[in-house]
Design a binder for this molecule. Sequence first.
Ligand code: C6P
Length: 416
Amino acid sequence: MAHTNVAVKPTPINVEEIRKEFPILHQKVNGKDLVYLDNAATNQKPKRVIDALVEYYTGYNANIHRGIHTLAEKATKAFEATRETARVFINAASTEEIIFTRGVTEGINLVAATYGRAFLNEGDEVIISTIEHHSNIVPWQLICEQTKANLVVIPVTDSGELKLDVYKSLLSSKTKIVAVNHASNSLGTINPVKEIIQLAHNVGAVVLIDGAQAGAHLTIDVQDLDCDFYCLSSHKMYGPTGTGILYGKKSLLEKMPPYHGGGEMIKEVTFEKTTYNDLPYKFEAGTPNIGDVVAFRHAMEFILDLGRENIAAHEHELLVYATEKVSKLKGVKIVGQAKNKVGVLAFTVQGIHHFDIGQMLDARGIAVRTGHHCTQPLMECYGIEGTVRASFSVYNTKKEVDQLVEGLERIINFMK
Ligand code: C6P
């Protein structure tokens, strides 16, 4: 099937058909039908992804790029096929710009450690935002400590949008890196990343986009965005854990020193001097996570086959439906009311701790996440300890939203 990023009118999702592809959804948890609403943490895997893993380990497990035997060649071909699918998925210009990582966290650490170490100097500034995941805060703090650069933070409005006016005023010739998420895991806010990138480029800064919460929900076109780096995690995109993508512009990746040293990332090693491999292998030291990378292709194809506009439209409908119902419940306060959101509904309930709500929902077979969602500075900014977060994927239904609402209603009535 040919996949393009051309916007078309959404086609309704046949959820019942899609659910058949997800074996895990058809089970009872605590005696109740599972209602899985923790998709921002990780989403479930369609059978084609699970089958690809089984086929790899039962049919052609071998190390790649090294052997000339048949299994090694087959494994190498399958591994590199995922790279090409990833290139298409984000519309990168070349597979040289697609580096396999363990996920978003490793992608950001790679850029901070290599680009940051090479190009940050004392007094330079790295701009992040208040609504970043710890993965897009701590790596920058580490590199700022080492280089004596300063971390600068874009503030957020009460509704969960970045204050762009303040961002504009923070940008200067000192700004060397801007790192923000495409969509927030705690609030659902979709950031105006294209604008953020253009503004950063005007002052000569490079931009990294944390795409953890975008990969399964939004169309990503790195050439149109003109981002310098873009990170994705497979496990949030219907794929296996333990792999992901770092996209980087070729011109930047070429300038950056390697991250890890070892096999595969070298051209020639002597005790005096080592020369490094071509892109993207320069950044892929050691035996990679071959099986999971191979299966990741099928996850991206699952998304592409459904169409990202169609997935987004379905999840948006669920979000609007759930927001309307949940916000009417006694004591509920929605946290994150940005105009543009992915399918994340976070809230607090007055007088009831989020952990208690999470546990009581779990007893009813409903999986949500509770706590600070690895965004402690954001929680502090809002003066809360945490929230209850329901997050939607393409296989969720309005009936499941009703079950969530009914569960919440009973918990609230019981606790009051
Ligand atoms: N957020 C959540 O429940 P890794 O762990 O590397 O795949 O992704 C880290 C990460 C980075 N940025 C954002 C915006 C994220 O949402 C996440 C992961 C999960 O919200 C687990 S904490």
